[in-house]
Design a protein around this ligand. Structure first.
Ligand code: AMP
Length: 190
């Protein structure tokens, strides 16, 4: 099973993905984590993308496609991927569809964690203290939320039309969300 998890920054995508990964033996492909790791390791790519990420803008589709290609073609991850933070635009959907066809795979489920901007602001300021992320300042977080709404909402609509979308209320406790997501996945696997 391959699935996509959507939600604005601070929605709990990472937390929920960790839980799903463990429970269903999947692999989490978080483009944000991979890109941040490149910055930390000061690779050529990391140096190039550092100012882009720190300002809250998107890295180019070409860079992200190349990353994704490397994972989808890898047999270890075949039909076991949770896409977290990708695809983020309709153009990235097109690129992903091409890769899925190329490697004979498909998306089985799309989850959307819905959370209000007020909740996001609160969570982001807590995370900034814990994780020291340079893009977790309130101003940048608001920009990322707005970018998310503008560019990702059409993507979510796309998957809704394909009947793959399940919306989960991300305002509730971690355990309650875990439970709802498990129920959705169990139904698909049964
Ligand atoms: P995230 O951790 O998913 O919020 O991503 C953090 C940052 O990484 C984003 O604000 C973008 O700068 C970059 N990024 C992550 N995923 C993508 C993507 N699919 N396309 C373009 N940029 C991305």
């Amino acid at each position: 099973m391959n699935l996509i998890i959507f939600g604005p920054p601070g929605a709990g995508k990472g937390t929920q993905s960790n839980f799903i990964v463990k429970k269903y033996n999947l692999f989490q492909l978080s483009t944000g984590d991979i890109l941040r790791d490149q910055i930390k390791k000061k690779t050529d790519l990391g140096i190039k993308i550092s100012p882009i990420i720190n300002s809250g803008s998107f890295v180019s589709d070409e860079i992200v496609s190349e990353l994704i290609d490397g994972f989808i073609k890898d047999d270890r991850f075949k039909n076991r991927i949770i896409f977290d933070g990708y695809p983020r635009s309709l153009n990235q959907v097109k690129n992903l569809n091409n890769l899925l066809i190329k490697y004979k795979q498909k998306i089985d489920l799309v989850l959307k964690l819905s959370v209000k901007l007020e909740t996001i602001k609160k969570r982001i300021s807590e995370r900034r203290i814990l994780e020291k992320r340079a893009d977790d300042y309130e101003e940048v977080a608001i920009r990322r939320y707005k970018t998310y709404e503008k560019t990702t909402e059409p993507v979510i609509e796309y998957y809704k039309k394909l009947n793959l979308l399940k919306v989960v209320d991300g305002e509730r406790s971690i355990q309650q969300i875990n439970k709802e997501i498990s129920d959705i996945i169990d139904l698909i696997l049964s």
